[in-house]
Design a protein around this ligand. Structure first.
Ligand SMILES: Cc1ncc(COP(=O)(O)OP(=O)(O)O)c(N)n1
Ligand SMILES: Cc1ncsc1CCOP(=O)(O)O
Ligand SMILES: [Mg+2]
Length: 210
């Protein structure tokens, strides 16, 4: 069964307003996040594994998908559902070989060429963006906008998760442009009430689909 990508919350603790990682995860899940990504750039592998094990338990109990960013070794070690890699990470084809067919492989793409290549290499879903400007990733590049998303939607059939500057005010137009779900950092973990922010964004995504 492919994961529901309606609300994919990315956990980068230093963008979470000083709150502990697991508290952010618990609150995002309480607000209905359908997928959680552990995205910590500065933690040693040992700490990533410890956190990943806890998040595995929390996501399993909530029925949510758990993806580890960048680190295929950590994803396997904590029995995550899969790994997300970008254009500068492990090549997607290599990641697919190491993962085998049973785990989810997500790949970041910003162009039709990248999207087609990622699918050919074995991606199960694509992170598409940055759609809008974002302050959560320094090297996010120029926004591709809804036009970029629509072009990728027309080129591939795998699920598309739109990312970059998405919030409850613009989620509807992103879904209308062809995204299957939204991936967010600041709109959820940067909010004063993480659970309420997740609930509001999830409702916006689901409303947009009907
Ligand atoms: C769902 C999703 N889409 C895109 C990204 C970005 O991945 P990447 O380009 O490798 O950048 P980092 O997140 O590793 O800085 C993502 N993490 N998740
Ligand atoms: C990880 C990532 N990849 C492309 S944009 C981005 C950051 C998205 O963060 P926000 O939802 O706060 O704009
Ligand atoms: Mg990466």
């Amino acid at each position: 069964m492919m994961a529901p990508w309606d609300l994919y919350v990315i956990i980068t603790t230093n963008l979470g307003g000083g709150r502990p990682t697991l508290e952010l995860v618990r609150q995002a899940l309480a607000g209905g996040a359908t997928a959680i990504q552990l995205r910590e750039k500065d933690l040693p592998a040992r700490e990533l594994v410890e956190l990943g094990r806890e998040i595995r338990q929390l996501t399993r109990a909530a029925g949510a998908t758990f993806i580890v960013n960048d680190r295929l070794d950590v994803a396997l070690a904590v029995e995550a559902d899969g790994v997300h890699i970008g254009q500068e990470d492990l090549p997607a084809r290599v990641a697919r070989e190491l993962l085998g067919p049973g785990k989810i492989l997500g790949v970041s793409t910003g162009t039709v060429l990248e999207a087609r290549q990622a699918v050919a290499d074995g991606a199960d879903y694509l992170g598409v963006g940055s759609i809008y400007a974002t302050r959560s990733k320094e090297d996010a590049g120029e926004p591709i906008g809804l036009a970029g998303l629509k072009a990728i939607r027309a080129a591939v059939t795998v699920p598309l998760v739109a990312i970059g500057g998405i919030n409850s005010n613009n989620a509807a137009e992103v879904i209308a442009a062809g995204a299957d779900g939204v991936a967010v950092v600041s709109a959820v973990i940067g909010a004063p009430d993480v659970a309420a922010a997740a609930r509001e964004l999830l409702a916006a995504v689901r409303r947009a689909r009907h």
